[in-house]
Design a binder for this molecule. Sequence first.
Ligand code: ATR
Length: 287
Amino acid sequence: MELLGVIGNPIAHSLSPVMHNTALAAAGKKAVYLPFLVKHEELAQAIYGAQALGFTGLNVTIPFKEQVLPYLTELTPEAEVIKSVNTIAFIADRIVGHTTDGIGFIAAAKHELNFDFIRKTVLVIGAGGAARAIVAQLLAHQCRVYITNRTDHRARALLTLGDNAREQMTVVPMQLESLREIMDQVEVVINTTSVGMAKPAAPTSSNSQDQTQVPIPAELLLPQHLVIDIIYNPKQTLFLEMASQRGCRIQNGVGMLVWQAVKAWEFWWGITPPLDKMYQAVKASLS
Ligand code: ATR
């Protein structure tokens, strides 16, 4: 029996166990995938413990994607660029860190929309960990990248991602007039912020405030734009709903969630999981 899991804190909300276990059962693989709540001060023990117990691999989620780096023996080129790891493979004495977030994002657009990012002009909203993973892949696909973020200096920090980032990327202030100037050239708009994400309802309010917000004004969107929101809960954010009303093609975050897992299977075993089962498991959990 092979052992796998996901480490994070919190971890109860993670859809990875149901997604992977459904696919493992369908593929007839003798393996189990478990969620592990890890204390901040016990991260090293968790990783070395999994190695000692003979785990095949781990996924890593918030808040450990960067914190795991000191415990790994090597990084793949993708993880090296963004200094972030969401997938670990234990191979003999080696602990290899990889990131499938960005490549999963690109693969989802290819698979769901037959969309190819090569040399596209893209507006990325947000500058956190998810944006970093996606932007690194956009740069690798020779995209022209505009980036806008509530906090300007975090967007500028992404200009150091790789050798050509400064030539391929421009930081745009998050203001209507500045954004309006570039929207004609933009082909894809990607929301990587948490604006619009479902939150557990607070006892005092029946609805989360963020769900009623959009990351940039929808009036900026043009029918030529493909609009991707990496949020998967709710399945359709207000931003995607408005984009759709404005005639844009839209994609939600389910594809990225599934495809980062697909890419983890490829990393661990060199095989593709039963895709339809993964999609079904995620959609059933979300509905
Ligand atoms: P992740 O690793 O999931 O990307 P993160 O590193 O916390 O998460 O980044 C969250 C992103 O959402 C950031 O770009 C953040 O903007 P700041 O850099 O200004 O913090 C953005 N974000 C979160 N809440 C926001 C809000 N209410 N309005 C605008 N941007 C928001």
